[in-house]
Design a protein around this ligand. Sequence first.
Ligand code: IVH
Length: 666
Amino acid sequence: MNLKEQIENLRAELSQHNYNYYVLSQPTISDFEFDAKLKQLQELEAAHPEYFDPASPTQRVGNDITEGFTQVEHKYPMLSLGNTYSEADITDFYNRVVKGLDGEAFELVCELKYDGTSISLTYINGVLERAVTRGDGKKGDDVTNNVRTIRCIPLKLQGNYPAEFEMRGEILMPWKVFEQLNKEREAQEEPLFANPRNAASGTLKMQNSAIVAKRRLDSYLYYMLGEDLPFESHYECLEAAKGYGFKISDAIRKCKTLKEVFDFIKYWDTERKNLPVATDGIVIKVNSFEQQKRLGYTAKSPRWAIAYKFHAERALTRLREVTYQVGRTGVVTPVANLDPVQLSGTVVKRATLHNADIIESLDLHIDDMVYVEKGGEIIPKITEVAVNERFMFAEKIKFIDKCPECGTPLVRMDGEAAHYCPNEDGCPPQIKGKIEHYVSRKAMNIDGLGSEIIDLLYSKGLIDSIADLYTLRVQDIAMLSGLGEKSGKRIVQSIRETVNVPFERVLYAIGIRYVGETVAKKLVQELHSIDKIADATIEELTSIDEIGESIATSVFNYFREQKHIDLIEKLKSFGLKFEIDLSKKENSTNLLEGKSFVVSGVFENFSRDGIKEAIEINGGKNVSSISSKTDYVIAGANMGPAKKEKAASLGIKIIDEQTFIKMITK
Ligand code: IVH
């Protein structure tokens, strides 16, 4: 067997295992064996880039190349369906079909309505060519690289498939993955996803397909389009698609009568709670393509299909009080406190009210009877007030005008829904929140300092800002109830160790609004020291890749306040890093001076950040996308074909890792 055959056999074998595992849920080899074979293939492909294939199973691991998304026009517009909520609406739909077909017999196909984000997949000669989001229905984003990481979506088809067609379906985040992801985000103090749908669409639009690959997205496909497809009905099409390797739901039923349709709805309205993914209704489609054609379309949707939405479970209970929470950034969130009530298996006592506009639009009064719903969301919300039950002299709820924590008058910026407490340095939850952020794992990672201890230290007057952490003594902490000398020592030690934290994390930790991890990294990469960042103009800041107007303004304004300058001076005096590591500068050379590089793919001797750092230490410049000004593209394993083509068409040198290493070793 020659090398090419060996690679192709491995690819075919791994694709089959993928299908067995992710589509059929029937694996036939262990994860260990699978990983070993995948690794073997990765190595062969890395050694022989001439056999690159975007449909190889190795392409499912993704990479962290940032390239933005290109907009692609849909060949066939992506329409939506009319929504209905009652049996009467379905009967109306049925009667319209009867009339439209002049009384001719017809079949309906009932399917689950999957609650994710829709996708259009184009296959040419059995290979996944393109995956495009719905967008505005006419144009969507090309998210092919991300979709390739979704294991149940075939990269290559099996059997006797049409030469060219489009497959549409839904990308979903399974409940379990969603819950785990939110748990992690909570621990990292990142905003939570409201439901699996938002999480799926957010994930699909991420710039880093390696992260997408880790999110374990799922998908169901439900619609095939193409010229002259060799099928007469929708049902037949889906059966065939199943044979090509697509994941098609088993919850599909051909119905001849309305009663059968209603039975399907009744069954799945309860049974859907046992499914691993979210569904929000059922879709009813006329089966025959010929009949579909005759029924045609309205401007917005087909006349041959309709969606029925399940009713979200809701419960009626009494609103006792509205309380207000102040977050780390000063945003004030109203919370409804309710008489406890059972809803979808849990007891609900509180519901979020989001902001003043929501309270106003519900016209809430104290002691109102209100309907709460969970729907796809994890946090229940009030959807309606039972106005007839209101007491005659009930008091209307008025959003507070002073901060419930510090009494400062609240402000509301033009065009924003939220009220803020502007007392950044005197409002307890804001002070404590900033300290909690500072010590968190991704920031300074100070061990042993949880929110309860911060609370204690703050209430005893021992800390009032992040700088105060550095003057804490072991006995201060030891004296606190329940904490001994040992914890005290550990915490103080952990605080001392923050002098080793790299500058980019210090910058993230000090909590400048809109400066998250990625932005902090970018600022540090480009400007190297806090003094340069503080002196940068808004124009200089916005000229940095990925830094827009609002981030730039926030950074600029931060350094215009004396108290922030004082804070940084203090932290500097404690020995924290406020510039790029000097030890790295000592190794620096100017071997790559004046040269710009695009890094692509995965490397053996470097992490991606590592190779970028090596470029900079040696005087070169990193750029994120290939242009005529790029000097070199360093190609690792898994480099995308689009990049390869672009570099080749612009005549840019593509070098491998070894060549790069030679360039930086004198
Ligand atoms: S058929 C022209 N079938 O619901 C008909 N859609 O408004 C194309 N959806 O945009 C859609 N499950 O994102 C169809 N089994 C299913 C579906 C489904 C979910 C989504 C889809 C569509 C929306 C309907």
